[in-house]
Design a protein around this ligand. Structure first.
Ligand code: NDP
Ligand SMILES: O=C(O)C1=N[C@H](C(=O)O)C[C@H](O)C1
Length: 266
């Protein structure tokens, strides 16, 4: 059986890498692109054409499902559209595989309930790279013993959201194993707003955006007289592709929605 995939975000950096990776897999096929422009046109080698030489582009979910019956929605778009895309996919029995960052914990909970009610398999993977998932798991493991934590995430300067999805997921995994508490001095004052970063249950998150970077994260765990640093670097987008392909296969055999690639690795 060929796994039929609709790709949202096909013209983007991750979308382009996903097309290249999926095109190499015999039993997977991108049958349509979901976009907000170019209705009636076609995507070929990431350029738009008006003749039928590539992937048809649809600008609405309703139109898309009238023409193609995909098994999976792969969403690599933006924080503004991912919720609606996922909602529509689940409603129409299409399994979502989502790499897009920017969903809130609340939105993730709502989508999880919706998918589970309808028994639709799905995954929200803030990071598809195996190394990044291990970095998050090791951080949560260490946080049970070293509970004062600062996360420093660094990305390319075209990224629209902060903190990154990976940093939010790391914080969520750490929140599950440590008590919320004020870190450092209770009387601490910021003389410049934002100097101490974002605060999640006392944990700090700092977001760096610079040209030349791709995706990097350090988790700093401190205790009296010592510091444990866990670091992961993505140097190119090919590191995300094995996770993308693994997730596409996995959602076909599950009936619930999971948050985090670690749920399907083990
Ligand atoms: N989970 C993971 O491992 C990874 C996740 N990501 C995440 O994936 C997402 C995409 O990243 P990246 O490829 O770098 O970003 P890009 O900006 O390169 O790609 C996003 C694409 O989505 C398009 N888009 C915008 N609105 C819509 C819409 N309504 N329907 C369909 N497409 C739309 C954009 O078009 P236009 O430019 O015309 O607006 C753009 O081409 C981000 O949220 C990022 O954080 C990134 C890397 C790894
Ligand atoms: O925008 C990116 O590039 C990335 N986004 C994801 C995130 O927000 O964590 C994953 C990875 O860090 C690359």
């Amino acid at each position: 059986m060929t796994i039929k995939i609709v790709l949202a975000g096909a013209r983007g950096r991750m979308g382009s890498a996903a097309i290249e990776a999926i095109n190499k897999i015999e039993d997977m096929e991108i049958v349509a692109a979901l976009d907000y422009k170019n209705d009636g046109l076609f995507l070929h080698e990431n350029k738009v054409h008006d003749t039928e030489i590539g992937i048809p582009i649809f600008t609405s979910f309703d139109r898309l499902i009238k023409h193609v019956q995909p098994d999976v929605l792969l969403d690599l778009t933006t924080p503004d559209v991912v919720y609606e895309n996922m909602y529509n996919a689940i409603k129409n029995g299409i399994r979502p595989v989502v790499g897009t960052s920017g969903l809130s914990f609340d939105e993730i909970e709502k989508l999880t309930e919706f998918a589970n009610e309808k028994e639709i398999g799905g995954i929200i993977a803030p990071n598809f790279s195996i190394g990044a998932v291990l970095m998050m798991k090791f951080s949560a493991m260490a946080a049970r013993y070293l509970g004062d934590i600062e996360i420093i995430e660094s990305h390319h300067n075209q990224k629209v959201d902060a903190p990154s999805g990976t940093a939010m997921k790391t914080a969520e995994m750490i929140m599950n194993v440590r008590e919320a508490h004020i870190q450092g001095h209770e009387e601490e004052k910021e003389h410049v707003k934002g100097a101490r970063g974002a605060d999640i249950e006392g944990m700090k998150i700092h977001s760096i955006r610079l040209p030349g970077l791709l995706a990097h994260q350090e988790v700093l765990l401190g205790a009296e007289g010592e510091l444990l640093t866990l670091r992961h670097d993505s140097f190119n987008r090919s590191c995300f592709m094995p996770g993308v392909l693994m997730a596409i296969r996995n959602v076909l055999v599950r009936k619930d929605l999971v948050y985090g690639l670690e749920n399907i690795l083990d």
